[in-house]
Design a binder for this molecule. Sequence first.
Ligand SMILES: [Zn+2]
Length: 290
Amino acid sequence: MEKNGFSHLLCMDFESWVVSRKINKYNLSNAKLRQLDNDYIVSALQFVLDVLKKYNQKITFFVVFKLEELYPGLLKKIQAEGHEIGWHGYSHSYIDNEKILKNELEASKNLLQKYHVKGFQAPNIVFFKEGYNILKDWGFLYSSSTYGNSGRIYNFDGIYELPVSVANQSYNPSISDISFPSSISLENLFRFGIPFGSSYFWSILKKEYYAKKLSAYSKKGEVANLFIHNWQLIMPKSKSKKYIPDEQESFLKNPLFLPYKISVNNMFEHLLANFSFQTCMEYLKSRKIV
Ligand SMILES: [Zn+2]
């Protein structure tokens, strides 16, 4: 196993627990959110940027844009290191209807323009078909908001959709057969197999599985499309008793969260050391799509 000329996608969903559905419902002030976050996001970003630099890899960061409001300068810092900035919504809400998509876009308007953002990854891979048309109106070029065969690129209303990798290679639906949302449900698991592109599976399937998969994809000349979260590398810790991140919740309260509680730092470095990755825009350019 060694790095060859073939590059895969390993996107970073960059977020903080203080901007999550769990905390959003309290409508806390930005000052209070900053206090709760306690500079977690600043150190998490530094950590991630340092690791990427160590392995000389440039990737796409899908950022929750409200974080820029809490810590102005985050986006500039990511861009200055040569990474691509994509949009992961404004508040990390489920984006499954027109109203919420437009609200999230409006709240992010200035930054989307300032950073010429072209890509979108829906929080929790929950999106809706009619949303592509709206993304197009807002100047987006691509999205990675479905699970599917990452060797295929779809075009919904002028937006290129890059599916996050799934295990079932024979899952190859035509565009009209793709159902939304494409999130992890039992029905979807039967349809497309384990969506190993989601970092939920990193701690379950382990690094050997991923190394094998990426090698096999490289051999076939097919791109694997994976994403990971900053908080799987550096876990946040709250000093508050009332507001705490899922990472600190008891196992019994949310047993399904367990795989996310295990640090995958080691694996992140292993993949960066052994495979080559690219930004989504670079990938689309290499396919001569944009
Ligand atoms: Zn997310």
